[in-house]
Write a protein that binds this ligand. Structure first.
Ligand code: PEP
Length: 251
């Protein structure tokens, strides 16, 4: 049985004050979440403060991005080892905002995935199609290509120690959610693709859904067989909403 993971991607939001209020709110209601692992991914600069705030709780810490390099003259970058140093367990790689706004390719995303794993982080690998790709009927090809970049570099085994987040780009931050059936179709495609390579990996890997998941739609999405949790943007910025998504995963 795969433990659901509900991970909050705070993106470039917050202040020292507001992240503290948010974490205290999540902590106050954490007992209502009985099954899922809850994780938060603050902006880099708030990671140490949030690590301290969540100390002694079951909340996990993640970062939103990482360098593909270990150390050296890479101005502005943050190394995987630095993330483990400040207490991160997870790191998001290949988020669609990194791919589309900053032009990060499948190959670059795969090299970040590899660097993260080497440092002992659990990568949350984001995959997903643009609206025009869905309309062209090439969703599976796009997701497959994004996964193959990692599989070709690291082998399918690497995905056993990772998390995949299926995030249709047209559903991110738009208020448009994939229907449970639309999401399940892609999740089951991903699991079947992995099963063709290694059934153990396919059974083990958690596949999260991301894209306007909220307190109102989480239960029906999380009820689908191959949806093992959520990567939550906007709704992770309010403790009550984030907790409601967590409790929607109670079994
Ligand atoms: C995300 O950024 O990963 C995301 C899913 O955002 P939102 O929930 O706001 O659509």
């Amino acid at each position: 049985m795969r433990q659901p993971l509900i991970a909050g991607n705070w993106k470039m939001n917050g202040s020292l004050d507001s992240v503290s209020t948010l974490v205290e709110g999540i902590k106050a209601g954490l007992d209502s979440v009985t099954t899922a692992e809850m994780a938060v991914c603050p902006p880099y600069v708030y990671l140490p403060a949030v690590a301290t705030l969540i100390g002694g709780t079951s909340i996990s810490l993640g970062a939103q991005d990482v360098s593909d390099q270990e150390a050296g003259a890479y101005t502005g970058e943050v190394a995987p080892g630095m993330l483990t140093d400040v207490g991160c367990k997870y790191v998001i790689v290949g988020h669609s905002e990194r791919r589309s706004i900053y032009g990060e390719s499948d190959a670059f995303t795969a090299s970040k995935f590899a660097a993260a794993r080497k440092a002992g982080l659990v990568p949350i690998l984001c995959v997903g199609e643009l609206l025009e790709e869905r309309e062209q009927g090439i969703t599976e090809q796009v997701v497959s290509r994004q996964l193959d970049a990692v599989i070709d570099l690291e082998g399918v085994d690497a995905l056993a120690g990772a998390v995949i987040a299926y995030e249709p780009v047209w559903a991110i931050g738009t208020g448009k959610t994939a229907s449970p059936d639309q999401a399940q179709d892609v999740h089951s495609y991903i699991r079947a693709k992995l099963a063709a390579l290694d059934s153990g990996v396919a059974e083990k890997v958690r596949i999260l859904y991301g894209g306007s998941m909220n307190a109102g739609n989480a239960a029906e999405l999380l009820a689908m067989t191959d949806i093992d949790g959520g990567l939550i943007g906007g709704a992770s910025l309010k403790a009550a909403d984030f907790l409601a998504i967590g409790t929607a995963a109670n079994r």
